[in-house]
Design a protein around this ligand. Structure first.
Ligand SMILES: [Zn+2]
Length: 165
């Protein structure tokens, strides 16, 4: 069976009772651990770092990436909500003046679609490069705190009196 560790690494475990045992005593000892490697935390820290750095020679670090807004998966059209976390491959793809531009590539859980998102330092936002589409949030009159007037009135007024064209 596979166990998903906090760091996002998957570890395969032999035997059907391992998960139950792990829950019972609140510690999970991976099969490759032995007492000479020190505490489980020490071991797991090394394990996590080694996993995260395994593509460092290609300039890639594996990180946890949190979706900054709702998107549509380009593979199966499911919505992936803001806040959903992914294991992503992070690498530098350019510079904007002295600021690095980072690219994050991840696989969607729904259909394994590969999604690439980059930082856009100029506009202080994340942009989807491929594999998905940003979900356009429906305009909500109440959320925007405006009064809705008939279209032929030409202008809308906000509650503070400001003109909205
Ligand atoms: Zn999908």
């Amino acid at each position: 069976m596979m166990i998903l560790l906090d760091c996002g690494c998957r570890v395969s475990v032999a035997g059907r009772s391992s998960l139950a045992a792990a829950r019972a005593d609140n510690f999970y000892y991976p099969p490759e651990w032995d007492p000479s490697q020190g505490s489980l935390n020490t071991f797991h820290g090394q394990h996590a770092l080694r996993e995260r750095a395994r593509k460092l020679d290609q300039g890639i670090l594996i990180i946890r990436f949190e979706m900054p807004y709702n998107i549509w998966c380009g593979g199966c059209n499911s919505m992936i909500a803001k806040g959903v976390r992914f294991n992503a491959e992070k690498k530098q793809v350019g510079n904007y003046y002295s600021t690095k531009i980072w690219s994050f590539t991840m696989k969607a859980a729904c259909c394994r679609q590969e999604i690439t998102i980059q930082t856009d330092p100029k506009n202080c936002e994340y942009v989807i490069i491929s594999g998905a589409q940003k979900k356009t949030e429906d305009f909500d009159v109440e959320d925007a705190e405006t009064f809705e007037l008939p279209a032929d009135e030409g202008v809308h007024y906000g509650r503070n009196g400001a003109l909205i064209y």
